[in-house]
Design a binder for this molecule. Structure first.
Ligand code: FES
Ligand code: FES
Length: 152
């Protein structure tokens, strides 16, 4: 079976079993290894991507459920050769340390900003509640998202 998706603005056709995880299709079939696997069980958010404007855990989503959808991964955030406002802010505040959670955090933050999210730390904390970080204590991540929200 062939599934047709738009990934980071490009049309792609995936000839895979329908129950293949979107995470595996992105990383292994399309070579988009920016999306990370942490728990593989929907608990950590490392695999977060945006599907039709909604944040999802790609480890829980079978390809058959995203046929015809538009998928945004961390590779699609930045303009060619540059960084987007969130990536800049993470860099400036120290919001990324080991980096394993960072692609998922960026995608959660992108979904939050695209929904009109503002600079409030409580609302940001809620927006990234599904994304775990073992390194930063979250404060710098929240500062980074607030900084990007203030700039947009
Ligand atoms: S790897 Fe998908 S939520 Fe942890
Ligand atoms: S920076 Fe290491 S898990 Fe978040």
């Amino acid at each position: 079976m062939t599934y047709h998706l738009t990934v980071n603005g490009s049309d792609v056709a995936l000839e895979v079993p329908g129950m293949r995880r979107l995470l595996d299709a992105l990383r292994e079939d399309l070579g988009l290894t920016g999306t990370k696997e942490g728990c593989g069980e929907g608990e950590c958010g490392a695999c977060s991507v945006v599907v039709d404007g909604r944040l999802v855990d790609s480890c829980l989503v079978p390809v058959c459920q995203v046929d015809g959808a538009s998928v945004l991964t961390v590779e699609g955030l930045a303009p060619a050769g540059g960084l987007d406002a969130l990536q800049h802010a993470f860099l400036e505040t120290g919001g990324a340390q080991c980096g394993i959670c960072t692609p998922g955090m960026l995608m959660a933050a992108r979904a939050y900003l695209d929904e009109g999210g503002g600079t409030g730390h409580d609302e940001i904390r809620e927006a990234i509640a599904g994304n775990l970080c073992r390194c930063t204590g979250y404060t710098k991540i929240i500062d980074a998202i607030a900084q990007a929200a203030a700039e947009t």
